[in-house]
Design a protein around this ligand. Sequence first.
Ligand SMILES: C[S@@+](CC[C@H](N)C(=O)[O-])C[C@H]1O[C@@H](n2cnc3c(N)ncnc32)[C@H](O)[C@@H]1O
Length: 333
Amino acid sequence: MSDPSGPRADQRALDLEKTADWYRRFRLLETPGQSALYAAWADGVENDAEVLGLIVTLPRPKRQPNLVFTCARLLGAPLTGYRDFRPWLVEHWPAVAAQALLRSTQTNEPRRLTAIMPVLAGIGPELALLEVGASAGLCLYPDRYSYDYSGRRVDPVHGPSTVLLTADATGPVPLPTHPPEIVWRAGLDLNPLDVHDPDDVVWLQTLVWPEQTERRDRLDAALTIARLDPPLLTRGDAVVDLEKLVALAPAGVPLVIVSPAVLVYLAPEQRTAFARTVAGLGHWISLDGAGVLPQVDALLPQPPVPGDFTVSLDGRPVARCGPHGQSLDWIVG
Ligand SMILES: C[S@@+](CC[C@H](N)C(=O)[O-])C[C@H]1O[C@@H](n2cnc3c(N)ncnc32)[C@H](O)[C@@H]1O
C-alpha cells in the first residue's frame, strides 16, 4: 500500500494550495470593477477543498480561473452566487473538465487597439500589420474602428465606425487625425478562431465576463466588420512559424508585428527567442503584464503596477495601459 503521507500527498497538498492562491489572486487583481459574479465564484473556490480537488485533476495551465469559469458558463452554469454554482459545478465536472482540456482562453479584445493605434500612427501612414496570437483577428482592423481618448476622437478616414474604442487617457498621447491605413493584415495563432464559425463565435462571446454587456456588444460589432473582409489567419507558433508568415508581407511598406496579451502564454526562454526573432523582421509592438518582459519593465520610469500592462515599441516602453485597453497613460513624449 502507498504511504498516504508520501511525496504524492505532498505534491497534491502543494497543488491545492497553489490553485487556491491562483483563484485568490484572480479575485483580488482581475475581478474588481469587472465581475462581481466571478469574484464570488473565485472566493468560493479558493476556500472549497472538494472543488479545488476537482480542479487540480486538470493539467496546471488548464486550472486557470477564467478558463474553468468560461467552460462552466458555456455549459449552462447558473449565473448566480457560489451556493448555486458549486453543486452545479460538482455535478457537471466531467463535462466542464472535457471542455477545459479542449479549449484555451482566447479572449479577443479590439479595445487593446487604443494603446496600439497611436504607436502604429507614429511608424507611418500606410503599414503591413501582422499579429502574433491573433485569436479571431479582431485587433487587425485598427483602420476600421473609431477611438475616443478622454474626449479626443479619432475616426477612420471614411467616417465614424460602428465600433467605438474608448480609453481614459493621460499623458501626451500622440493622436493622428485618422488611424493609419493597413494595406496588408495577417495573424498567427496556435488555434485561429474563425469569425464565420458559430462554435468559435459562441466561445469568443462566452469569454467576455458575465456583466460586461458593453464588451459583448463591441465584440459583436467588431465580428461584423471582420466578416466583411476576413483576415489571413495562419495556424502556427509564435516563435517557430513567424518568419514564414512575414515572408508573405508586401515590400515597400513598414511591417509591424504586434503581440498583445500573448507572450504570457510562452515560457520565458520562448519569449527571449521571440524577441530575438522579431527584432530582425520589422517593428514590434507588445502589450504585456508586469513581469512578462522583464527587460522592458526594467526601462519603465517606475516599477510596473500589478494588473497594468506595459506598451512597448521595439523593446522600449512607451505607455502603460489597462489589460483590455480601457486606460492609456503615455510615458514618453
Ligand atoms: C489572450 S488571447 C489574445 C488575443 C489577441 N491578441 C487580443 O489581444 O485580443 C492569446 C492568444 O494567443 C494564442 N497563443 C498562445 N500561445 C501561442 C503561441 N505559442 N503561438 C501563437 N499563438 C499563441 C492563443 O491561442 C490566443 O488566441
